[in-house]
Design a binder for this molecule. Sequence first.
Ligand SMILES: [Zn+2]
Ligand SMILES: [Zn+2]
Length: 254
Amino acid sequence: MLYSDHHVHTKFSPDSQADVVEYILKAKELGLEYIVFTDHMEFGVKSPKFQRYIDYDYYIRYMKELEEEYEIPIKIGVEIGYERNYKEKIEEFLNKYDFHIIIASIHYDVGGESFYSGNFYKNRSKYETYLAYFELVLDMVENFNNYHVVGHLDYIPRYSPYEDKHYNYDDYREILDLILKAIIGNKRGLEVNTSGLRTDLKVSFPREEVLNRYRELGGKYLSVGSDAHFNKDFMAHVDEAAERLRQMGFILIG
Ligand SMILES: [Zn+2]
Ligand SMILES: [Zn+2]
């Protein structure tokens, strides 16, 4: 049985037009046991585009109908965009619904500044911007526990404007250790996000060194997801990654 993609966006996410039924048909064709959707829910974001919220009562009803029509279990997950000033609102939202998987991600600086725009990188060196991003992740995992996996832990190179986007693991070893220890201490997991394999970076997030260190520190739980925003990217590299990670001794959530 193939491992189901655990990071999938649909047209319900503000940055995706992907068709829900097309995903379902693909999942059936591949013989997946079930399909998971993890649309965006962002709090405290400046961009008006991301201030469009899903009506989950409607969303759940809609998915239930499709589940019956297409005869494949549909599991509802969410990718929550964490912002520390909105922690209470986030908790309130998450406690209202029973999500199959909650992916906790950092997409914005405190105050809602996006990593996609240049402002985050202004007046900072590459080292400083990457460190600033990791500090946001550390703040999240030390103060928030209402999730299953941390999304794309080291994906900041994906949007950074530098010619050499990669980072040197040893330069961030200390803060990465703190992040991993907090996740493990809270019995939470990491996501292996295969979207980087579709870019010039040619790595998953987090990259291999981080996963090895996670295992060394006692980390066990992982999910695997493509972070598809287009139908064509559904399941991309997911099954091969899942197989390899199982062989490495990890336990896959799902
Ligand atoms: Zn994300
Ligand atoms: Zn995503």
